[in-house]
Write a protein that binds this ligand. Structure first.
Ligand SMILES: [Ca+2]
Ligand SMILES: [Ca+2]
Length: 290
């Protein structure tokens, strides 16, 4: 995030000082004094009153650039697997590196939960998550079945996957049955969302391409997906990209509009040598955060 502590702009005959860590500090208004012998910085409103229109335009553009991004306190960060993400590793995710959301409190999840918090730590009492599993394929995900939760990280455990990184551990289907992992997030506030997904078997040295599906529908105990639904493919190629996040290589982003009472459904399906679905993290970011 752009984080300047002090910006001083020198203009002819005028010095304007802006403190810009998060907002401009104007201070208490003082009477304007046009005495050019005064060397102290003028109060900002007085300084602006003497500027030409082109300079004002430049200043306005500069101020827009300096304004911070939405805080997105009401994001929902879902960290699957048993490992509690330490604060030092809590920004090792695509939404933090690309969207620069300001908060990074994760929900550590090994299965169903109705005890969730938003990214700023505030309780999210209306929201719950239901994990499900298919018998095989994407045609029917049963939310009464539960996925396996594991630490993983045997083969991919450095860079953005190091230490307690949220993208190293995860949940997944049973070995050999090609199970798809499904998620149902109930009770999200109505609105438009970006959904960032990282799903990979970090115990594997192979390419493990994965297809991630998204659907918005009324709550249900069973959901089906098809290739007519919204989905994104992620290569999860080798050697693994361990140093940054590249959409389509090691993460996916999908969009959703959720209406009151609807559930957000997601699914992960292995499409290569790894036929099981994996979820390491899901980040649900409101399009207009607060
Ligand atoms: Ca469940
Ligand atoms: Ca995780």
């Amino acid at each position: 995030m752009m984080c300047l502590t002090l910006l001083t702009i020198y203009l002819p005959a005028t010095q304007i000082t802006l403190a810009s860590s998060s907002r401009i500090r104007l201070g208490r208004p003082k009477p304007c004094d046009n005495d050019s012998s005064i060397t102290q910085p003028m109060p900002l409103p007085c300084a602006l009153s003497g500027l030409s229109k082109p300079i004002m335009r430049v200043l306005i553009i500069l101020l827009i650039i300096l304004l911070p991004l939405p805080l997105r306190a009401d994001s929902l960060l879902l960290d699957f697997g048993p490992v509690l993400t330490e604060e030092a590793d809590s920004r090792l995710s695509p939404a933090h590196m690309i969207e620069e959301i300001d908060y990074s409190i994760w929900n550590t999840l090994e299965g169903d939960s109705s005890n969730l918090v938003f990214a700023n730590g505030d309780a999210a009492p209306s929201v719950s998550i239901d994990v499900g599993l298919s018998v095989a394929g994407i045609s029917s995900i049963d939310f009464s079945r539960e996925a396996i939760s594991g630490e993983l990280g045997v083969d991919i455990n450095t860079g953005v996957y190091a230490r307690s990184s949220p993208i190293k551990d995860g949940i997944y289907g049973e070995l050999g049955d090609g199970a798809v992992v499904g998620l149902q997030i109930r009770g999200l506030p109505a609105g438009a969302y970006k959904v960032f997904i990282h799903g990979r078997n970090t115990n594997s040295t192979h390419d493990t391409p994965m297809r991630f599906f998204l659907k918005v529908a009324p709550p249900s105990e069973i959901v089906s997906f098809s290739n007519d639904d919204i989905y994104a493919l992620v290569d999860n190629s080798v050697p693994a990209n361990k140093h940054d996040f590249v959409e389509g290589d090691n993460f996916a982003v999908l969009s959703a509009v959720v209406r009151e009472g609807q559930s957000l459904f997601l699914a992960a399906e292995g499409t290569g040598i790894e036929t099981r679905g994996f979820f390491n993290i899901v980040e649900i970011i409101p399009e207009t955060g607060k």
